[in-house]
Design a binder for this molecule. Structure first.
Ligand code: GDP
Length: 202
């Protein structure tokens, strides 16, 4: 399930403008600074592929990367960026939610959650929205290499992960699949690619 080729295909402003070839796709989404670009680069073993989608003007787009000529990784705008004006945030919500609801070739959303900090309200809202709309979702916990010192009152990544799962359980019939990752140690990279391969073969 390794990545041999990864190419940037296009940035789309609307769901209707996304590639129409029907290849299966997986969307990565998460709070700004969650580690989405780092994870994307780690998945494709490149240092800078995700920079394409960080260029000004592309960050508010749906960015398609074709992998092994047979499926897509999709980079969606980060949400909850504190400096973004309110209207911009609402607009992002509008088009990402439209994409989730309408994109037929979307196999699963990979929702990135920072495991090095306690659950954030906006992440819980995002997860519950996906659950309530029955959008297939995989939880990807990022930054699992970060160890908080107990004496500082911080929780370990494993504890934050467990808290998050307990908080969202009421929105799901069954606990969504979840993977613990680190772009520093590459923990979880093979697991994500294997999970994506399994989902494509259903
Ligand atoms: P994005 O805004 O979601 O694309 O996040 P970035 O990939 O740009 O990462 C945001 C910050 O978190 C950067 O300072 C990264 O170096 C750091 N970071 C990302 N992934 C990891 C990780 O797995 N472990 C650690 N310790 N830091 C990370």
């Amino acid at each position: 399930a390794q990545v041999s080729t990864a190419e940037f295909v296009k940035s789309s402003k609307k769901t209707e403008d996304c590639p129409a070839d029907g290849l299966p796709e997986f969307a990565l989404v998460g709070r700004s600074n969650v580690g989405k670009s780092s994870l994307l680069n780690s998945l494709v073993r490149r240092k800078r592929l995700a920079l394409t989608s960080k260029k000004p003007g592309k960050t508010q787009c749906i960015n398609h990367f074709r992998i092994n000529d047979s499926w897509y990784l999709v980079d969606l705008p980060g949400y909850g960026y504190a400096a973004a004006p309110q209207e911009v945030r609402i607009d992002w919500d509008g088009f990402t939610k439209d994409y989730f609801l309408k994109r037929e070739s979307l196999v699963s959303v990979f929702l990135l959650i920072d495991a090095s900090i306690p659950a954030k309200q906006i992440d819980l809202e995002y997860a519950s929205w996906l659950g309530q709309n029955q959008i297939p979702m995989t939880l990807v916990f990022t930054k699992c290499d970060k160890r908080k010192k107990k004496k500082n009152g911080g929780k370990r990544p494993e504890e934050n992960v467990e808290d998050f799962q307990n908080l969202i359980n009421e929105f799901f019939k069954s606990t969504p699949p979840w993977i613990m990752t680190s772009s520093v140690t590459n923990q979880g990279r093979d697991e994500i690619l294997l999970h994506m391969a399994q989902l494509r073969n259903y």
